[in-house]
Design a binder for this molecule. Structure first.
Ligand SMILES: Cc1cc2nc3c(=O)[nH]c(=O)nc-3n(C[C@H](O)[C@H](O)[C@H](O)COP(=O)(O)O)c2cc1C
Length: 202
């Protein structure tokens, strides 16, 4: 049982926008919940294995017929699932990479989804940092395959209270062509931090 299960994804350390926004969340969460029990998986450090055939097969094999290796892989999944099921609040912070989630996050997602075993009972907050903007009217409006995916994914495993907080224009001032959006970037990050802190204070 944890008050907060925190999955952090960005490998960019102090330069990460999604981690700066999740910092605002965690700070407010700790202020709201004294002595909160927090489980953190930093996927930039911790390597989550890709789901393989042995792990998948273990789910279809009676417990007493599993090999030692298959049992270990299945039990690893059940351990991650227990954290998900028992968390009062799940926080995922992640970059957008190639219009979707980084593969390390997808590896965690694939590990935790065993139909019938995973069942989210707490709130879910997903913090996403995008390099550009996919808002209505933007040249690539509709190319965001991450925020809707993350919401739908958690709802598919039982979550009824999912909030996705997006900051835009993370590459403004870094990548050429986005110079005009530096102010939008600062405003978007500030708004995301405010939304994250408000969500954590509920
Ligand atoms: C490998 C890679 C792929 C990226 N793909 C996209 C993309 O498809 N769309 C986008 O808006 N930004 C993209 N970006 C930019 C990041 O989303 C942006 O820099 C964001 O701030 C990263 O989050 P972070 O600062 O928490 O690491 C990409 C960055 C990297 C390194």
């Amino acid at each position: 049982m944890s008050d907060l299960l925190h999955i952090a994804v960005s490998p960019m350390g102090d330069h990460s926008i999604s981690r700066a926004v999740d910092g605002a969340f965690v700070e407010a969460f700790k202020a709201r919940h004294a002595n909160a029990e927090i489980i953190t998986h930093d996927l930039a450090i911790e390597s989550i294995p890709h789901l393989d055939g042995e792990a998948i097969g273990a789910g279809y094999t009676p417990e007493d017929a599993r090999s030692v290796s298959a049992a270990a892989k299945h039990n690893y999944r059940l351990g991650l699932i227990k954290e998900v099921n028992e968390a009062k609040h799940i926080l995922v912070s992640t970059p957008m990479w190639n219009f979707s989630v980084p593969s390390v996050l997808k590896a965690w997602i694939d590990q935790i989804i065993i139909p019938g075993a995973v069942a989210v009972t707490g709130k879910v907050t997903v913090i996403i940092s995008q390099g550009g903007s996919y808002a209505p009217g933007a040249p690539r409006a509709g190319w965001d395959w991450e925020s809707g995916f993350m919401k739908q994914l958690f709802e598919s495993i039982g979550a009824t209270d999912v909030e996705v907080i997006v900051s835009e224009f993370g590459l403004a001032g870094i990548a050429p062509g986005l110079e005009a959006f530096v102010d939008n970037k600062a405003a978007s990050i500030a708004a995301a931090k405010t939304a994250a802190a408000a969500r954590a204070s509920l």
